[in-house]
Design a protein around this ligand. Structure first.
Ligand code: ATP
Length: 228
């Protein structure tokens, strides 16, 4: 399995805390990696550093072997739009746009005509169990449906890597399980890798591998031979 994304010796310090104290991590082709650890252990900082949102103080981030951590802001934001997809805990959809336009947004931002972008966006509704909800606005969707729309938006531009930060954090247990099951399976089918921060061991168990982080360091790995 080839490596898509890697972090080597990542260090990130804030005035009051060392969020990352030298982290090595590699994410394989189509692999799903869960990042777990106590509150304040550096999970979100690690995800944001791998995604080119936070610049590390030391160490390197490589996408398909190419170093990206020292790229300029414009180049990094174009990379994030084209090659990465993002799913957050909640509140990431634009309330005034119908679901299909929310999904189409990354394509429109890249200059695709609205009707073409929406046509491509609609293809994601059936695989995510969202058929018939294309015209609904986010306020007319349940929490689980809104997260599935967010997953469709993260995948629509066919990214190399999807980053998810507590994607089930605002959902009840069974809705969260359904969302993570779809997130891991659809991401894999699309050919992308997944990096997901979660507090929830049941959610993490849907990933191929779990990275345990503690005090800004990798504390351990759990490798599943087959994800559920
Ligand atoms: N912008 C910031 N400024 C100062 N300190 C920060 C900043 N971001 C994170 N930290 C500190 O870095 C450490 C790691 O934070 P991080 O958010 O990565 O942890 P986490 O494991 O994601 O926590 P949680 O599970 O509570 O979200 C913490 O001590 C935090 O207080």
């Amino acid at each position: 399995m080839g490596t898509v994304l890697s972090g080597l010796g990542l260090v990130k310090k804030y005035a009051s805390a060392t969020a990352l104290a030298g982290v090595d991590v590699a994410v394989g082709e189509r692999e799903s990696l869960a990042i777990m650890g106590p509150s304040g252990s550096g999970k979100s900082t690690l995800l944001h550093t791998l995604a080119g949102i936070i610049r590390p103080d030391d160490g390197q981030v490589l996408l398909r072997g190419e170093r990206i951590d020292h790229w300029g802001e414009n180049r990094l934001s174009a990379l994030r739009r084209r090659r990465f997809g993002f799913v957050f805990q909640s509140g990431q959809l634009l309330p005034e746009l119908p679901a299909e336009e929310n999904v189409a947004l990354p394509l429109m931002l890249e200059g695709m005509l609205r009707k073409h972008a929406v046509a491509r966006a609609r293809r994601w509704f059936a695989p995510l169990g969202l058929e018939g909800l294309e015209q609904r606005r986010p306020g007319q969707l349940s929490g689980g449906q809104a997260q599935r729309v967010a997953i469709a938006r993260a995948l629509v531009a066919e990214p190399d890597v999807v980053f998810a930060d507590e994607p089930t954090g605002a959902l009840d247990q069974s809705t969260g399980e359904e969302v993570v099951r779809l997130l891991t399976s659809v991401t894999r089918e699309q050919g992308a890798s997944l990096v997901m921060v979660t507090h929830d061991a049941d959610v993490a168990a849907h990933c191929d591998r779990i990275l345990q982080v503690r005090d800004g360091r990798v504390h351990g790995h759990i490798q599943y031979t087959t994800a559920p």
